[in-house]
Design a protein around this ligand. Structure first.
Ligand code: SER
Length: 898
């Protein structure tokens, strides 16, 4: 029996309702303000992120939802696939069931299988289904194999290692919402359209196109934190996603999402409006348009307007893309909004939200019309430029990548447009060369990016030596020899001040390379007789080879030159003080909070220490004080640092001791009987050098992980001085001494509250006074808007005006009002808009300001916040010519739809 899109949705919800799930509405396409990690909602689980992370108390047990998603940016971006594959959409609806520490792997898999295969529900033949699991998830494998009884050859195990770590994050069957955040392994269900009898070996790569991923079941157990650590969450969650369009294509037995009922409806309207038939030439373009119209519609309805960056840019790109494809299909004079109007009128199920009124439709029209107008001219220009180039081609069948790049880079033509226009003329485009040139350009533009070690062209034979490291000794300078020179990722023989991003490898060094959380040393090298100077901005290590990264200040550096190298001593002392403080802090944390706490990571910079550790509560002020005091107590004991280096194997040459950054040696750092840790960092010789240690911040990083920020040495004294300065400033302001400060502030807060209440009373009094100047007759009605224009020759205080105007607007349900008042002896024109008035405010304001300009012929000062505009006039006498104004405004609105 045929099931339409809507019935499939209802079926899904009903199934999970029968399994005691609560039905929740999907969230907005625009993620919440606090979630900066996403441009658009890209999965059903987005709205539950804070529950997963333990930031919000769990209030659900089992939930089912249908979520509008957009995958057009960030980690999940399907933009370039649209129209060319049978399974991608920019906008789609994702159905999902979720468990919050209720059921887990077994039920999640059993539910999915029942819904997909049961005759009562989706009735998909079992023989066409295949599954994948992550290599670490034997449990799910066994459920598929032993309980569901899927033949083993239909279960594909993906992923590299069964021990999960940060490398697992990019593997198949490991799902993350964005670059950071909740994540976990997944098991996925695939559908194969073909007769699958003959398949004896399920291999996604061999026949990828025949396998359609229909259901992703994720077991959320971890949080990947922004400082690259994977931590266990306190609870376990199930997060599943089943693309409504995809599953509909399976249930409706068509082999592409563009052939399901809602798309055939959209496409037939497009064809009708364009007065064309679907053919092989226009098919992909029509698919792209049919995909984009849905995204455009929902983005506009969410209040997004086209712009040159962020979300508005995505909307602009989609609208422009549609216009490009319309042009490519050679539809002349199509007016994009008429297509939308037709879609909205004919497909209310897809294009009409609950309360889409004529008012919203005109809002959509304004946006689309404006964008179309703006883009039309530049589109025509681009096409002319390309046509001219194509005419001049020597080889009439081939467009060189260099030319493509020129058109793209200099004239701003999109690759899509170039390729499609060439296709129409049977001209081949060298896309590979274009991509290569684009890469080179990207590399060039990474101005300050430091050398990227993973791309480094290492000639292994040249690395028979390792850089010897003398950085733990007392040496402040050292003579050394240049062994290799790199510019960006390429090896060269010499460099001068014209090169950026240079790195130098020496035979030996005292510069500490970034490791163990400690940042790399800075400093400089000079040549014999000061013939050159190289500034080192950072030091890094790769394969026991130490790279000094920076630039030439003067002179010429060559391979085999002798150099005198010196690190920045002040910087090194700060890093050493901070590193030793971190060891003492770790000791103190264990003493004060219990020995079970573990170090989760640390970062040691010149002016700041961050230290992450496992603990489940916010630290009290007393705990912070005790932790800090113990560290300072140890510092004051004048303890010597004791360094012990052990060879792991006795056969190792002692000389290798200078190559400490490898696995062959263990270095232990000890301070008295207090702290002992394996460590490769630099440390103070005596704790007294540190002087002082201070904790400046403590907060939660994720569930059960806390972070301490601290300072030591001169930064600690500066910190205390800053605090004192702040206190002094406040005391001076309040004319009390520091001791009385607290009570004085309490008193002030009380007084503020009293004043606020008085202010309210005064505002209300004023309000009744000002209201006397208005009457119902002042309201002008036109179409379905009410507005008010009034000359008031009275003084109105700036602070009061906002309150007053807002009151008027709400009281009389106005769309906007314009009044003149006097403020600071000047005439002010105040224009206040209802925030729900969905017209192009800028445009409307322009019209008003033009009118005022005509009437006053003087320069205006305009101050705006979103809904209140203030125009200040020098001319004290000015009065609005109300009738002309009203006439003009009506004229304006007669062309704008609501
Ligand atoms: N979050 C997963 C996905 O989007 C499962 O819902 O694929």
């Amino acid at each position: 029996m045929f099931k339409n899109f809507k019935e499939i949705k209802l079926n899904f919800l009903d199934f999970f309702k029968s399994k005691d799930h609560i039905v929740l509405d999907g969230s907005s396409l625009v993620p919440s303000e606090n979630d900066k990690s996403l441009l658009f909602t890209n999965a059903g689980m987005n709205q539950f992120k804070d529950f997963f992370l333990g930031k919000k108390k769990i209030i659900y047990d089992k939930v089912v939802s249908i979520q509008k998603c957009l995958r057009i940016s960030g980690k999940h971006n399907d933009f370039n696939n649209i129209g060319y594959t049978n399974r991608h959409n920019t906008f789609f609806e994702m159905m999902g069931n979720f468990s919050f520490n209720s059921y887990y792997k077994e039920e999640a898999i059993i539910y999915a299988w029942e819904l997909l295969t049961s005759k009562k529900w989706f009735n998909i033949p079992k023989e066409n289904l295949f599954v994948t699991v992550h290599i670490s998830d034997i449990y799910s494998y066994n459920i598929w194999s032993n309980i569901i009884k899927i033949p083993k050859y239909r279960i594909l195990v993906l992923g590299k290692s069964n021990k999960l770590n940060v490398n697992s994050l990019n593997e198949d069957n490991f799902w993350m919402m964005s670059k950071f955040g909740p994540c976990g392994t997944s098991t996925e269900i695939f559908y194969n359209y073909l007769n699958t009898d003959k398949i004896i070996n399920f291999d996604l790569n061999l026949k990828k196109n025949n396998y359609l991923e229909i259901w992703n079941i994720v077991f959320i157990e971890y949080n990947f934190c922004s400082d690259n650590i994977l931590v266990n969450l306190f609870n376990k969650f199930v997060d599943t996603g089943i693309g409504l369009e995809r599953i509909s294509s399976v249930i409706q037995k068509v082999n592409s999402i563009f052939k399901i009922d809602i798309f055939t409806n959209i496409i037939s309207i497009i064809l009708y409006e364009f007065k064309i038939k679907l053919n092989n030439f226009n098919k992909n373009f029509i698919y792209i348009i049919s995909d984009h119209v849905r995204s455009i519609f929902y983005l506009i309805i969410e209040g997004i307007v086209p712009s040159s960056d962020y979300r508005g840019y995505v909307l602009r790109k989609l609208i422009r893309n549609v216009l490009v494809y319309i042009k490519l299909i050679k539809i002349k004079k199509i007016y994009l909004f008429s297509l939308f109007k037709s879609l909205i009128t004919n497909l209310p199920d897809i294009f009409v939200l609950n309360n889409l009124s004529i008012y919203n439709i005109n809002y959509i029209k304004n946006i689309i019309d404006n964008e179309e107008k703006k883009f039309f001219v530049s589109l025509e220009n681009s096409i002319n430029i390309l046509n001219n180039y194509l005419l001049k081609l020597d080889n009439k069948n081939y467009l060189d990548g260099k030319l493509v790049f020129l058109l793209y880079d200099t004239f701003g033509l999109s690759l899509n447009l170039i390729v499609e226009l060439c296709k129409l003329r049977n001209i081949k485009v060298d896309i590979n060369k274009f991509k290569y040139l684009l890469e080179i350009q990207k590399k060039k533009s990474k101005l300050t990016k430091l050398i990227n070690f993973s791309n480094l062209n290492l000639n292994k034979n040249k690395y028979i030596f390792n850089t010897k490291f003398y950085g733990y000794s007392d040496l402040l300078e050292l003579d050394s020899i240049i062994k290799n020179i790199y510019v960006n990722d390429n090896e060269v023989n010499k460099i001068d001040s014209n090169f950026k991003n240079c790195s130098i490898v020496l035979n030996k060094t005292i510069f500490f390379p970034e490791s163990g959380g400690q940042v790399g040393d800075k400093g400089f090298f000079v040549g014999l007789n000061n013939s050159f100077k190289f500034i080192v901005e950072n030091t890094k290590i790769f394969n026991s080879c130490i790279f000094h990264i920076g630039y030439v200040e003067y002179g010429l550096l060559k391979i085999n030159d002798i150099v005198k190298i010196m690190y920045d001593i002040k910087n090194r002392i700060r890093l050493s003080c901070n590193h030793s403080s971190v060891h003492l802090l770790y000791y103190s944390l264990k003493k004060n909070l219990g020995k079970n706490i573990t170090k989760e990571g640390s970062r040691i910079k010149d002016f700041l220490i961050t230290f992450d550790f496992s603990y489940n509560k916010k630290l009290s002020i007393k705990q912070i004080f005790d932790i800090e005091s113990l560290v300072n107590n140890i510092i004051s004991k004048n303890l010597l640092m004791i360094e012990n280096i052990f060879k792991k194997s006795p056969s190792l040459n002692d000389d290798n001791k200078f190559i400490i950054f490898n696995d062959e040696f263990i270095r232990k750092i000890k301070f008295g009987n207090f702290s002992e840790e394996n460590c490769c960092g630099t440390h103070v010789k005596n704790t007294s050098v540190i002087g002082l240690f201070a904790i400046i911040n403590e907060y939660s990083l994720s569930n059960n992980i806390r972070r301490i920020e601290a300072v030591s040495y001169d930064s600690a004294f500066k910190f205390i001085n800053n605090q004192r300065n702040i206190l002094n400033k406040i005391s001076n302001l309040l004319l009390v001494n520091n001791k009385e400060l607290y009570n004085r502030i309490l008193l002030l807060i009380k007084k503020c509250k009293i004043l606020k209440n008085k202010n309210k009373d005064i505002n209300n009094l004023c309000l009744s006074y000002f209201l006397n100047f208005f009457s119902l007759k002042d309201i002008i009605k036109y179409k379905n808007i009410n507005f008010l224009i009034k000359n008031l020759n009275i003084n109105l205080d700036d602070n009061f005006s906002y309150f007053f105007l807002k009151y008027l607007l709400n009281y009389w349900k106005l769309s906007f009002l314009i009044i003149t008042v006097i403020s600071n002896k000047k005439k002010n024109i105040l224009i206040f808009f209802d925030k729900n008035l969905k017209i192009d405010l800028n445009n409307f304001l322009k019209v008003i300001i033009d009118m005022i300009n005509i009437f006053t012929k003087i320069k205006l000062i305009i101050k705006r916040n979103i809904f209140l505009t203030k125009i200040i006039l020098e001319n004290y006498q000015f009065c609005i010519d109300k009738y002309k104004f009203i006439e003009n405004i009506k004229l304006y609105f007669s062309n704008v739809y609501f």
